[in-house]
Ligand binder design. Structure first.
Ligand code: SF4
Length: 362
């Protein structure tokens, strides 16, 4: 088998981009934020704002979930200027279901930064894009390549996997990331860099999948060292994973006579920052005692939610409205209509079920 630096592979490298682009021309995923190769040939231009929004949404959310939310969001705010002028609360509400609300706040701030520079136009280069709030190396490269055909290859998990297999990179992740980035850059064609970036992403999503790469359908198998090894799925290797820790907390759903629920806005910084949710305890590593509760509130059960760095187990309690003035961070809301982060929606749904049918109590 040739090594990653052998002349044979270097010759094959030069054929990879044309083969992949040709495959992309007929197999590109139909995604609502995409301008397909056919549409580009027909003269449809790429809107950098739409690309930026999609990349913010895709940072920690699957393409399938983003596809269900994207059109409504850009339909409501079709330009950076429109989003910049919108109240942050509206943006956070429209973001419900996508998770990781810091991205919504950053996108709102990025829109304001773009709107504040009308003469300069939208940022085009990786360096300019990285100056926007919430735009890291990957997002900058993706937007620069896709929207402006800049000479760069954004490297996400799909591209890492394809590159590790293509070059049979043995070093484990995450240590191998810099080498994989360099190898991915070495494949970049001189034109159609945006399509090339998306072709690599699509190959990873459709053909070179994590567990069972479909090498017989792969347009670049002729150059793939992982395929040549007979066991492509063993790339990339990963360092042993530590188990996700568990945190525990309690949330309180208090209803008034009109059926509204009391919500409070979380502080701007931190997890779910700035979003509405049920009031409750801090989330800690302490396992709650069985008899532990919140005042005289009735227990409704427990919901679990997995965040990137921990799993949350949240005990939910139901109570009547408090007899006191609301604090500035508190509000009454329609419990079925209000937009909430997923974990809070799960907790509130459980509380509603408990309230309507006390027998469902666990
Ligand atoms: S040949 Fe197989 S392992 Fe190699 S890039 Fe294609 S699908 Fe992935």
């Amino acid at each position: 088998m040739p090594s990653a630096n052998s002349p044979r592979l270097q010759r094959a490298d030069e054929a990879i981009a044309p083969a992949l682009l040709s495959w992309y021309d007929t197999h590109a995923r139909n995604l609502p934020w995409r301008v397909s190769p056919g549409e580009r040939r027909a003269g449809r231009r790429i809107d950098p704002w739409r690309v930026l929004v999609s990349e913010f949404m895709l940072q920690q959310t699957t393409a399938g979930t983003v596809a269900r939310r994207y059109a409504a969001f850009v339909g409501r705010w079709p330009t950076a200027e429109a989003l910049a002028a919108a109240p942050l609360d509206d943006v956070l509400s429209a973001w419900a279901g996508l998770g990781y609300y810091a991205r919504a706040r950053n996108l709102h701030r990025a829109a304001q930064a773009i709107a504040a520079r009308p003469r300069a136009g939208a940022p085009r280069t990786e360096d300019e894009l990285r100056l926007l709030p919430g735009v890291g190396a990957y997002t900058a490269a993706a937007v620069a390549a896709i929207a402006f055909d800049a000479p760069c290859v954004p490297v996400d998990g799909n591209v890492e996997r394809v590159t590790a297999r293509l070059f049979a990179v043995d070093g484990p992740l995450p240590g191998a990331k810099p080498r994989l980035r360099d190898l991915a850059q070495s494949l970049r064609p001189s034109r159609r860099t945006g399509d090339f970036a998306q072709a690599l992403m699509d190959l990873g999503a459709l053909v070179c999948t994590p567990k069972s790469p479909n090498c017989s359908q792969c347009p670049i198998s002729f150059a793939c060292l992982g395929y040549g090894s007979g066991a492509p799925a063993r790339f990339p290797r990963r360092a042993a994973k530590s188990q996700r820790p568990v945190r525990y907390g309690a949330a309180l759903a208090q209803f008034n006579r009109r059926g509204q629920v009391l919500l409070e806005r979380r502080p701007e910084s931190g997890l779910l920052g700035g979003t509405l949710g049920l009031p409750g305890t801090a989330w800690t590593n302490e396992i709650p005692q069985a008899e532990q509760g919140i005042g005289r509130a009735r227990p409704a059960g427990r919901v679990a939610h997995v965040f990137t760095h921990f799993r949350l187990e949240l005990d939910v309690f139901v109570d009547a409205a408090p007899r006191r003035r609301l604090r500035p961070c508190e509000t009454w809301a329609d419990p079925r209509a209000v937009a909430l982060p997923t974990v809070m929606r799960k907790a509130l749904d459980l509380a509603l079920a408990r309230r309507l049918n006390p027998a469902t109590n666990r």
